[in-house]
Design a protein around this ligand. Structure first.
Ligand code: ZN
Length: 294
């Protein structure tokens, strides 16, 4: 929906670039069974069950944040995770919107986690939506009005990002440390703004192509073909075709013994190496600079 708002002159070169595709085909990864929780054994048996539980919850949160902090410091976007586990991340951009309630209901019913990259100006239109989205995984900053950031002066790009980060933290009830630039449009300036704001720039390794007008059957095929460990999958929560594709996608996850988790959880359980991150998508089967969705 927001894609149409980009000036045509700005969008055309992006659209002409052909699109990436999934996380490579050759290197299928092993799927070792993961331990159920990254937080270690609790130390000391004399503590009450309650304090031990809250310590371990706090530790899990700290673990996710510290891994994300490590990646933020690298100042580069993430396209996929380490691809060594049985987890991947579904992401939904451009909400909240009229379909958000349906997306949330389907995710809840099937116990699937996700990450939502939210457009700031939509937050107040759907009260409570971003809090529910956070409860299903994580929320991230997708700018306030969805412009192509690389076409803006630095100050305006900074304002787009910071204003949304603050509004989203307030509305969703927690800190915001994930960011996705609209259309995947980024450069060294945008990377540096994100890093200064403590935001991890999250792109994707698989494009459902829903924002390019794919039918629900095409969306199913595009996503299911890309379901593999470490993948970060781009979808949009303001499209009926995407909502319609979800059930088949969830069924395919089960069939392939893969779990959809939030982006911070994925990066904590299956972190990409620094070398992998510096390769800017090459390790994910993505050619840098070829993204056109988002
Ligand atoms: Zn977008």
């Amino acid at each position: 929906m927001h894609r149409r708002e980009a000036p045509r002159w700005a969008l055309a070169p992006l659209l002409m670039l052909t699109v990436l595709v999934g996380c490579g085909s050759a290197a299928q990864m092993r799927s070792p069974a993961l331990a159920s929780s990254p937080s270690g054994p609790s130390a000391g048996g004399s503590r009450s069950r309650r304090s031990s539980a809250s310590r371990s919850a706090a530790k899990a949160v700290t673990g996710e944040s510290s891994e994300v902090r490590r990646l933020v410091e690298l100042g580069k976007p993430i396209y996929c995770a380490g691809r060594r586990g049985d987890e991947l991340a579904l992401t939904f951009d451009d909400g909240p919107g009229p379909y958000t309630r349906l997306v949330i209901a389907k995710l809840r019913k099937h116990r699937v986690h996700a990450t939502f990259f939210v457009v700031g100006r939509n937050i107040a239109l759907y009260a409570g939506a971003t809090r529910q989205e956070r409860s299903l995984g994580a929320v991230g900053d997708h700018t306030f009005t969805h412009p192509l950031l690389t076409a803006l002066p630095r100050g305006q790009a900074e304002a787009q990002i910071a204003r949304t980060q603050a509004a989203l933290a307030r509305a969703s009830g927690g800190p915001v440390f994930l960011f996705r630039p609209p259309y995947g449009g980024r450069n060294a300036t945008i990377d540096s703004i994100a890093r200064a704001d403590g935001l991890l720039e999250v792109l994707w390794s698989v494009d459902s192509q829903d924002s390019l007008g794919a039918s629900y059957a095409q969306i199913e095929r595009n996503v299911i073909a890309g379901l593999r460990p470490g993948a970060i999958i781009l979808m949009h929560e303001n499209r009926g075709q995407t909502v319609r594709a979800l059930l088949k996608i969830f069924a395919a996850l089960q069939r392939k013994h893969l779990r959809a988790v939030s982006v911070p959880r994925l990066l904590t359980d299956d972190p990409p190496s620094a070398a992998h991150v510096r390769a800017e998508g090459a390790g994910c089967g993505v050619r840098a600079g070829t993204l056109a969705g988002g």
